[in-house]
Design a protein. Structure first.
Lengths: 483, 483
């Protein structure tokens, strides 16, 4: 088994070690791009399947758009090109010839999809128009980190058109709620939802909303975003419809996405000094059976004993794997499957067979219990209990590391000692935001709002002054260092 | 409904008309790249789901490799770079700077995966090593045709490593058999399997095998290929393993793939003058219900009647859609759903309701029958019967258009009148092949072999001389004009 760095002493190295040690992903010879290994890709497939179902359930249809975007499309929306320009990879040679117009390798598809909407939307009857695409995108990355920051990554991007600002707002919020639902109930992660500050919003959006998760080192990771694009792209790409009175109007748009970055969040939210801990609802392997073959056991009998267990697991549709590999010791296997984050391990050896028992090991609690063999029939409940415990534990961890601070000196002091999510009043000015960033590297991660209490502005009701300038605190902000 | 060109008079225009009219795909503003519309993408998702299951069943694991391939990788295998060079798109600018080394946008991934194998394979215990990736690839296309030839397309590419030439041969054949199984049983297409001639094989392969299907205009379309790469890439990328005796040896490799091109084949094999005909096993919508709402019917009663049908379809897991849209006439709807190739249409109107009946329309036979409402319970059998009939029909069509000809003059004459698959002896020389191409534009599509009768060469047993030069006829060849 690979050696992994101490999670408490060197979190970044620990991260790198578990990602490669567990066989999730590795750096490729193409600088900034990763290779996703079978175990990591199986995880992504599970995530994708669930999310794809949720997206279709919401009446959104999948499509596929070109990888390449002509330069003149890309440069039409000013904020958009300004925001993405430094990250774009350009194709300049194709079919053996220099191209007349360079092609951007899509960093996101608002522009090419804007043109599509313009061609396809005619009447109010066509609205809302809701599509999604699963694709690879490219954003040049100077300091790559597997899953977290890679030049190429996989994602889904939803794009919708609506008749009114309010309809677009509702869709932006629906998408964010869907992500929160997915992250909570599948990734077992507690996240804080709300809006991004002006400086952190998507290039070309009116509003960006986000779900932010706390990692094991108490830094923040943006797990997914949804944007209200207003009429910005509609005006540039002339996306108009005839309303019921026959008047031409611009549509209001949203876009929303999550990516393989989520996997980085999953790893850093639940991992420990033994490696990964995957929530059962998304784990590529939910149960691993490790038969302990010793001299006094007949292989046939052990196999038969294990087959009884496998039969129950198969009938219940559990994703399981039995590790018969004779090249490795039992101890090695235990470590290996813990590193890989498999939620439940079942050990079967002489002791178990003689007493008609099995030994269950829960990865989340790291507790072992020898129980009646019959208990295998209860495996769904055990997995559910792991799932629930992981979410609750992450919620407790997050909540206990959100500090309520409204004194700037105290803020600087506490962040110089350790990482936290800091909750404070904020005036909303770029000046105060920049000052904090310069002093501490922390930024406004999210302006939280209570469920269904969303609006373009999220004014606070707590009368807190801005932590930085002491003036009128327009918002409540969560500050943190971030990935 | 869109107007479609006469299939007998202008097949290419008919193709373009049904692809866009049925909402499968459209040309994008990026020359050569297509937009896959929701109906077309749903079809691709169905195909992908089935094939992905078959691939996993064969013990192949999914992974993901980078989109970009460094130039020096790409140029290492001589035949490979020579074959692909004219089609490659090159990224020369990234992150705001000119790149020191241009990056190829992958036209296929043998090279980058070759490097991966070299890094990961150590011992004979690691073999066979079998991986697959679902990805987009780019091959510059001057004369694009939707699905058939597009600069960017979607595909899967399998890559495997083995200890011996024979093992690689078996895997090449397994992949081809898998494709044939898929195409026969899901796409309801009869195909001819066998090897490619030297001039048509994959750049860098020892052997390329193919399944070739006959389109409605009796031209050929390559539906999928599998390659025995021998040790060509292994030697270039140093993919070695220690055998049981501790000796270092090069692996033998295969690769195999099918793409969105298959969709073009599906359309052209089964379409008719009314549009598409989709086989039920893969159709995005298997059954469409068209309620016929007239004055004398209460909408409530009709809805109830339809709900009874929907309930049965839902219970059976049938993909169905009920078209209640009041903007279009019933006649328009019939045409529209025929254009979209939905296998079975159920009509329910006054006549049906009064007699407790439903009217069934089979797209493949274009026959209508009014039957007892209870017959809905038999829908699986009806769909199976459509599926079988479509395969048999395509087999009959193909077989009746394969001409046995061994006289070159006759060959030229018959191909000047119409398209056919022509079966003849061939000496195997490039000279004769080139002559035929120049004279008729037909090429060797496939050197057919009987099931399990595969070998590097497929010498004929029929003692036919070469149709072109009259000399020793080494092979039986199928000649045809091709897409």
């Amino acid at each position: 088994m690979s050696k992994i760095a101490d999670i408490n002493k060197n979190f970044p190295q620990w991260y790198q070690d578990v990602v490669s040690g567990a066989g999730l992903a590795e750096h490729s010879p193409v600088k900034g791009s990763m290779i996703i290994n079978p175990y990591g890709y199986a995880l992504w497939e599970n995530m994708k399947d669930v999310l794809d179902g949720m997206i279709k359930q919401a009446g959104v249809q999948n499509m596929y758009f070109p990888l390449f975007i002509p330069k003149n499309f890309f440069t039409r929306e000013e904020e958009h090109i300004e925001g993405f320009s430094p990250e774009v990879a350009w194709v300049t040679i194709g079919g053996g010839k220099e191209l007349e117009e360079p092609l951007a390798v899509r960093p996101t598809s608002e522009t090419i999809i804007g043109q599509y909407f313009s061609d396809h939307i005619q009447s109010y009857r066509d609205l809302p128009y809701k599509i999604n695409q699963w694709a690879n995108v490219v954003r040049w990355e100077m300091r790559p980190r597997l899953f977290l920051r890679t030049t190429e990554f996989l994602w889904q991007e939803g794009h919708t058109c609506h008749m009114s600002w309010e309809d677009a707002e509702q869709e932006r919020q629906r998408a964010l709620d869907m992500y929160k639902d997915f992250v909570s109930n599948y990734l077992a992660m507690y996240v804080i939802d709300g809006l991004k500050s002006e400086s952190e919003k998507f290039a070309g959006a009116d509003i960006t909303s986000t779900i932010e998760g706390m990692m094991g080192d108490k830094k923040a990771l943006q797990m997914g975003t949804s944007h209200n694009l207003g009429q910005n792209f509609a005006k540039v790409f002339d996306i108009q419809y005839l309303d019921e009175k026959g008047e031409r109007k611009y549509v209001y748009q949203t876009s929303w996405g999550v990516s393989t970055r989520m996997i980085g969040g999953l790893i850093m939210a639940h991992g420990d000094d033994k490696g990964l801990t995957f929530p059962p609802n998304i784990a590529p392997v939910q149960v691993v059976i490790v038969p302990v073959l010793v001299k006094d056991i007949s292989r046939d009998e052990l196999e038969k004993y294990v087959q009884d267990l496998e039969k129950v697991l198969a009938e219940k549709g559990i994703r399981f794997y039995t590790d018969w590999d004779e090249r490795n010791t039992v101890g090695w296997k235990f470590n290996e499957w813990e590193l890989k984050g498999v939620p439940v391990r079942i050990e079967v050896g002489l002791k178990e067979m003689e007493n008609n028992k099995i030994t269950l090991f829960r990865r989340d609690l790291r507790e072992k219990e020898t129980v009646n063999k019959e208990k295998i029939k209860d495996i769904d409940n055990i997995l559910n209990s792991v799932q629930d415990n992981m979410l609750n534990r992450h919620k407790r961890f997050t909540e206990s590391n959100i500090k309520e601070i409204n004194e700037y000196n105290q803020f600087r002091e506490i962040l110089s000692e350790d990482n936290y999510f800091i909750r404070s009043g904020w005036c909303g000015s770029r000046e105060c935001e920049d000052k904090v960033k310069q002093d501490t590297t922390a930024t406004v991660r999210v302006l939280p709002y209570a469920y269904n209490d969303f609006t373009k502005d999220v004014p606070q009701k707590e009368n807190k002054n801005c932590m930085v300038c002491g003036q009128n605190g327009k918002y409540i902000a969560i500050w943190a260092k971030a990935y």
